[in-house]
Design a protein around this ligand. Structure first.
Ligand SMILES: Cc1ncc(C[n+]2csc(CCOP(=O)(O)OP(=O)(O)O)c2C)c(N)n1
Length: 794
C-alpha cells in the first residue's frame, strides 16, 4: 500500500504517541494499583494481587482507535466503535480516558495522576469495573463478552442512520461463531440511500485462547473470496513495524471511507453502484503486539500465550516485575504524560471534538436520541365480540393491520422496524406488507413479492441476525418488533441473556438514557403446530426469560386478539424491558371486546365473572385458572362441561395475561400482594391451572402463595407429534376433559362425580378412536362454542 500523503511525520508521530499512551494505560489497568506514572521502580505493592484482563487483542484495538480518531477529525465523521472482542476492555477504557469522555462521565477518574491511579485500580477490581467493553464504558453499545454479535449489532445501528459509520472490530476467533459468520451477509440488506455504513476491521491476530484461528490459517485468496462472497472488498494492513503500519492503516481507512462514500453517493444520486462490494479492512498484526516477546523462555508476542495476562506473577517474582517494568517503560510514558498525569496537548489534540469523540457519540447512548413512537389507537383495530367465544380470524391476523399502521405512522421518522426469520407472513402479520416491503439489496426477480431496496421489514433466515439487528437498532435509539416461531426463538436464548444483562446494568447508570424495549412476538406456538410436529413444539423460552432480573423482563400471554392488541400497544410504549408476547395465529375464540380487553390487560389478571357461576356470594368450590389462548379455550370448555354435568358446583375462572402478576410483589414490580392473590385464588380451594408452557414454571412463581399446595398445573409435558390440534392438548392432559376430571378429583367424592368422570373418560376414548379413523377432530370439538352466555356488553 502506498504511503498516505495525509499522514505527515508529525501526524504519524502523534498517532503513534496516542497508541503508546493507550497501550501504557491498558497494561497499567491490568497490572497496577499504584505508581501509575512509574515515578519510581516498581515494588510488589504497586501491583494488583489479582491480575485479570485480556492483553492479546488490546494493542490492535488501541491502534485502530487511534487511527479512527484521525479519520473522524479529518472528515468530521459521525462514527461509533464496536469492539467485537470486547474482552479487550482495557483498550476502550484507555481510549475514552485519553479523549476525555471517561472523566466527563466519571469525574473521580480524572485526567491526571490521581485519576490515572483510580483508572488502573478500578479495572477488574471488586467495586470497580468489569474487564470487558461493558455498559459502563462510554461509547459502547456492545459488550463483546459473549462473542459473535458485533457485526449484527453494527448493522442494526446503521439502519436508518444514513450518516453513521460503525467501525466494527471483528475478532478472527469471534468470526468462527455462527452468528458472526452469517452476519457478513448483512450487506445484502443494506440500503445505501437511507442506511449508514459498517466498516468491519477483521482483526487477524491469528489466535484465540489457545488455538490458531481458521481465518488466519486458510490461504489468503480463500479469505478474500470468502469476504467477497459476502459483499465485501477487503484491504489488508499487515505487519508489525509501527511506522509502515501507521501509513498503511491511514491509507486503508481513507480508501475505505472513499469507497463507502462512493457507494452511498451513487445510490443517493439515484445510480446503483456497479460493484456493490463494501470496503473493509483486514488488520494482520501480532497478538499481544508490543508486549513481552517471551516470558520464562516461552514466546508470547504473536502467540496465543498473549491472550490474557502475559506476565503471570510480577508481584511475587522479581524477574517478572522487571519484565513488566521494562514493558511499561517501552512506551516512554514521560514523553506521553506530563508530571501531573495529563496527556500532552499535542497528543490530546488528535481526539475529535465534542460529540464526535467515539465515547461521546449520542448514537452509543441511544436513549438520548429516542423519540416516542406515534401509535394509532389500538381500539380501532379491535375484533368485534358480540357474543363471547365467537370465532376469530387468528389473533396475530388482527394485530397485523395495527403493526402495519405503526410502520406507516412512523415512516417519516424512520424509527420502527419489524424483524423476523422469513415468518412475518407465516406468523400472521402479512398485513404489514400492504404498506411497506421487505428490505433487500440483491436483484429482484419476477415472481418475488414485497422485496425492495428500502422497507420496514427485515427478514433473513437467521434468528441471530434478526435479534442482533434489532438489538443494535434499539441500542441506538429506535423501536422494533421481532416475530419468531416460538420453538426456534431458543436459538437466541443466549443473545437474549446478554441483552437482558445489558438492560439491567444500564438501568442503574444514570448517564445511560432508557431505550425502547425489545419486543418479541412468539407465534406459531406449541399448541398449533399440527403440520410441523414435535420439532416445532417448545414453549420453554418463557422459562428462560423468567430467570432474568424482574426489573427487565415481562411475559404476556393474551387470551384473544383484543388482548393481544392492548398488550402490543403497551409494549411499544415501554422502555428498558424485554417483553415476550405469546399469541396464536389460527382462528380461535374471542372472549373480550376491545374495552374489556384493555381493562383486563391493564389489570394483567382477573376473574371472568361471566364464565364462572359463583353468583350466590359463597365463593367457588373450585378455581380454574388459565394463561394462554389454547389453555383459555380448554378451560372454558371444561367449565362448560362441569356446569352442564355438575351444575351445583360453584366454579370461578381466573385468566392470566401478565405472567409476572403471579410472582410475589416483593419479587417483581408486577407481582400481586398476598391479599389480592388470595382473593383471586382463595386460600383453600383447589385450583386447576391450565398453562401454555411447561407446568413447573407456575409452581416456581407461586410456591410462596398461601394456596400453593392446592394449585394443580397442566401444561406442555413434551408430548407432541403431528396430530390434531385438540389431540395435542389431550396428549399433554391439558384438554377440557382432563381439566374437568382434575377438578373432580380434587373435590369430595360422590357417585355423581364418579359417573361424570367415567363419561369424560369415554369421550376421551371416543376422541382417540375418531381421530385415528378420520384424521381430524370430532365435530363436537371442532364446532364447540361457548354456551355460557355473557354478552360482551353485559
Ligand atoms: C461465544 C463465546 N464462546 C467462547 C468465549 C470464550 N472466549 C473468550 S476470548 C476467546 C478467543 C477470542 O478470539 P478472538 O475473537 O480472535 O479475539 P482475540 O484473539 O483478539 O482476543 C474465547 C474463545 C466467548 N467469550 N464467547
Amino acid at each position: 500500500m502506498k504511503p498516505n500523503p495525509a499522514l505527515d511525520k508529525d501526524l504519524r508521530d502523534r498517532i503513534d504517541a496516542w497508541w503508546r499512551a493507550a497501550n501504557y494505560l491498558s497494561v497499567g489497568q491490568i497490572y497496577l494499583c499504584d505508581n501509575p506514572l512509574l515515578e519510581r521502580a516498581l515494588v510488589p505493592d504497586d501491583i494488583k494481587r489479582m491480575r485479570l484482563g485480556h492483553w492479546g487483542t488490546t494493542p490492535g484495538q488501541n491502534f485502530i482507535y487511534a487511527h479512527l480518531n484521525r479519520l473522524i477529525a479529518a472528515h468530521d465523521l459521525d462514527m461509533i466503535y464496536v469492539s467485537g472482542p470486547g474482552h479487550g476492555g482495557p483498550a476502550v477504557v484507555a481510549n475514552t480516558w485519553l479523549e476525555g469522555t471517561y472523566s466527563e462521565i466519571y469525574p473521580d477518574v480524572s485526567q491526571d495522576d490521581a485519576g490515572m491511579r483510580r483508572l488502573f485500580r478500578q479495572f477488574s477490581f471488586p467495586g470497580g469495573i468489569p474487564s470487558h467493553a461493558s455498559p459502563e464504558t462510554p461509547g459502547s453499545i456492545h459488550e463483546g463478552g459473549e462473542l459473535g454479535y458485533s457485526l449484527s449489532h453494527s448493522f442494526g445501528a446503521v439502519f436508518d442512520n444514513p450518516e453513521l459509520v460503525v467501525a466494527c472490530v471483528v475478532g478472527d476467533g469471534e468470526a468462527e461463531t455462527g452468528p458472526l459468520a452469517t452476519a457478513w451477509q448483512s450487506t445484502r440488506f443494506l440500503d445505501p440511500v437511507h442506511d449508514g455504513a459498517v466498516l468491519p476491521i477483521l482483526h487477524l491476530n491469528g489466535f484465540k485462547i489457545a488455538n490458531p484461528t481458521l481465518l488466519a490459517r486458510i490461504p489468503r485468496e480463500e479469505l478474500v473470496a470468502l469476504l467477497q462472497g459476502a459483499g465485501w472488498e477487503p484491504r489488508f494492513v499487515e505487519g508489525h513495524e509501527p511506522a509502515p503500519m501507521h501509513d498503511a492503516m491511514a491509507a486503508a481507512l481513507d480508501d475505505c471511507l472513499a469507497g463507502i462514500r462512493a457507494i452511498q453517493g451513487a445510490a443517493r444520486r439515484g445510480e446503483r453502484a456497479a460493484s456493490g462490494r463494501w470496503p473493509m479492512i483486514v488488520l494482520v498484526s501480532p497478538k499481544g503486539w508490543t508486549g513481552p516477546r517471551s516470558v520464562d523462555g516461552v514466546p508470547v508476542e504473536g502467540t496465543f500465550h498473549a491472550h490474557q495476562v502475559p506476565i503471570a506473577d510480577p508481584r511475587g517474582n522479581a524477574e517478572h516485575r522487571r519484565l513488566l517494568e521494562e514493558w511499561l517503560r517501552s512506551y516512554r510514558p514521560q514523553e506521553l504524560f506530563r508530571s501531573d498525569g495529563r496527556l500532552r496537548d499535542e497528543i490530546a489534540a488528535l481526539a475529535p471534538r465534542g460529540d464526535r469523540r467515539m465515547g461521546a457519540n449520542p448514537h452509543a447512548n441511544g436513549g438520548a436520541l429516542l423519540r416516542a413512537l406515534r401509535l394509532p389507537d389500538f381500539r380501532d383495530y379491535g375484533a368485534e365480540v358480540r357474543e363471547r367465544g365467537v370465532r376469530g380470524i387468528g389473533d396475530t391476523h388482527v394485530l397485523g393491520p395495527f403493526v402495519r399502521d405503526v410502520c406507516v405512522l412512523n415512516e417519516p421518522t424512520r424509527n420502527f422496524r419489524v424483524f423476523g426469520p422469513d415468518e412475518t407472513i407465516s406468523n400472521g402479520l402479512g398485513a404489514v406488507l400492504e404498506k411497506t416491503d421487505r428490505q433487500w439489496a440483491l436483484p429482484v426477480r419476477a415472481g418475488d413479492e414485497h422485496l425492495a431496496p428500502s422497507g420496514r421489514v427485515m427478514e433473513v433466515l437467521s434468528e441471530h441476525q434478526c435479534e442482533g439487528w434489532l438489538e443494535g437498532y434499539l441500542l441506538t435509539g429506535r423501536h422494533g418488533l421481532f416475530n419468531c416461531y416460538e420453538a426456534f426463538v431458543h436459538i437466541v436464548d443466549s443473545m437474549f441473556n446478554q441483552h437482558a444483562k445489558w438492560l439491567k446494568v444500564t438501568g442503574r447508570l444514570p448517564w445511560r438514557r432508557p431505550i425502547a424495549s425489545l419486543n418479541v412476538l412468539l407465534s406459531s406456538h406449541v399448541w398449533r403446530q399440527d403440520h410441523n410436529g414435535f420439532t416445532h413444539q417448545d414453549p420453554g423460552f418463557v422459562d428462560h426469560v423468567m430467570n432474568k432480573k424482574p426489573e427487565v423482563v415481562r411475559v404476556y400471554l393474551p387470551p384473544d386478539a383484543n388482548c393481544l392488541l392492548s398488550v402490543m400497544d403497551h409494549c411499544l410504549r415501554s422502555r428498558q424491558y424485554v417483553n415476550v408476547i405469546v399469541a396464536g395465529k389460527h382462528p380461535s375464540p374471542q372472549w373480550l371486546d376491545v374495552d374489556e380487553a384493555a381493562a383486563h390487560c391493564a389489570a394483567g389478571i382477573g376473574i371472568w365473572d361471566w364464565a364462572g357461576n359463583e353468583t350466590d356470594g359463597l365463593g367457588p368450590d373450585v378455581v380454574f385458572a388459565c394463561c394462554g389462548d389454547v389453555p383459555t379455550l380448554e378451560t372454558l370448555a371444561a367449565v362448560q362441561l362441569l356446569r352442564e354435568h355438575l351444575p351445583e358446583l360453584r366454579v370461578r375462572v381466573v385468566n392470566v395475561v401478565d405472567l409476572c402478576r403471579l410472582m410475589p410483589r416483593e419479587e417483581h414490580p408486577h407481582g400481586l400482594d398476598g391479599r389480592r392473590f388470595d382473593e383471586l385464588f382463595t386460600t383453600d380451594k383447589p385450583v386447576v391451572f391450565a398453562f401454555h408452557s411447561y407446568p413447573w414454571l407456575i409452581h416456581r412463581l407461586t410456591y410462596r402463595r398461601s394456596n400453593h399446595a392446592n394449585i394443580h398445573v397442566r401444561g406442555y409435558k413434551e408430548e407432541g407429534t403431528i396430530t390434531t390440534p385438540f389431540d395435542m392438548t389431550v396428549l399433554n392432559e391439558l384438554d377440557r376433559f382432563h381439566l374437568a376430571i382434575e377438578a373432580i378429583d380434587r373435590l369430595p367424592v360422590s357417585e355423581r362425580k364418579l359417573a361424570v368422570k367415567r363419561a369424560f373418560r369415554a369421550r376421551l376414548a371416543a376422541h382417540r378412536r375418531w381421530i385415528e379413523a378420520q384424521g381430524e377432530d370430532m365435530p363436537e370439538i371442532r364446532d364447540w362454542r361457548w354456551a355460557g352466555g355473557g354478552v360482551a356488553s353485559d
